[in-house]
Design a protein around this ligand. Structure first.
Ligand SMILES: [Fe+2]
Ligand SMILES: [Fe+2]
Length: 268
């Protein structure tokens, strides 16, 4: 089996050094890989990225990540990505993927940030003003990119990693009015089209952990305010979880909360 530790939306600010690290030290004993589902920083500065790199770097297991909308806020994505890589050894995925050998299996993870747009029956469409076409066009481009990246993985177990949600199931608890800003159904279509085994996302701080795509792929919202722990671990094999839905085996102890601010101009 493959043990995948996951968390998103840790929203580390410049004052957060050491906040998560104590709960992560024993992670290599509990998981084979750690994936981070975006909103790693509060405002997307290189200074905050350096804090993320210190918290999640050099843990003794591979760390893969996507960025979230907060990580884009300072228009410093290239610098944030570089700091995470160079100072923390964290591989940021955006339209690409990686295949890791784990316990005799090949684990493939492909990631994109994703974007909003909403879900079937209540979604935006590329019609009318150029701003609306640009908004939805961005969603479509990202979903196509995710589909291609997932399909390109030559692996035994395939994971889709996004910040925005691919299904509405894991948004329950959020105000319905903001669902279109929390995810897009086209991401779920990409998951369903590619033989994906598990889809992990964040962004929806008030959502819930468990969901499923229309095609039956398990979806998990790992936003830290949702899982209420430093991370959670999912066990996966070529035939799915070990038994039923009992895949969530362990949870990093010693931390609650840590989610980012809500209200004002800041969205999840
Ligand atoms: Fe977010
Ligand atoms: Fe967030």
């Amino acid at each position: 089996m493959i043990r995948v530790a996951a968390v998103g939306d840790v929203h580390l600010g410049a004052d957060a050094r050491g906040r998560l690290r104590p709960a992560l030290e024993h992670l290599p004993d509990r998981a084979d890989v750690l994936v981070l589902a975006g909103d790693l920083t509060r405002h997307g500065t290189a200074e905050e990225a350096a804090i993320v790199a210190r918290e999640f770097g050099d843990l003794g297991l591979p760390v893969l990540a996507v960025l979230g909308n907060h990580d884009h806020h300072a228009d410093a994505v290239a610098e944030v990505t570089r700091v995470l890589r160079d100072e923390g050894g964290i591989r940021v995925l955006e339209g690409d993927g990686v295949v890791l050998p784990v316990n005799g299996l090949r684990l493939g993870v492909a990631g994109v940030k994703g974007f909003g747009g909403g879900f079937e029956g209540r979604c935006a469409s590329a019609f009318g003003e150029p701003e609306m076409k640009a908004f939805v066009g961005h969603t479509l481009d990202i979903a196509d990119t995710l589909r291609a990246a997932l399909a390109a993985l030559d692996c035994d177990v395939r994971i889709a990693l996004t910040h925005y949600a691919p299904v509405p199931d894991t948004l329950h608890g959020e105000p319905p009015e903001i669902y279109p800003f929390l995810g897009a159904y086209q991401l779920g279509e990409a998951v369903d089209a590619t033989g994906t085994d598990l889809a992990l996302h964040g962004h929806a701080h008030l959502g819930c952990e468990h969901g499923v795509t229309p095609g039956g792929v398990r979806v998990r919202n790992v936003a830290q305010p949702v899982i209420r722990a430093a991370y959670t671990v999912y066990q996966l094999g070529p035939d799915g979880p070990p038994h039923g839905d009992g895949e969530r085996q362990e949870t990093g102890a010693g931390l609650t909360g840590g989610g980012g601010p809500r209200g004002g101009e800041e969205r999840p």
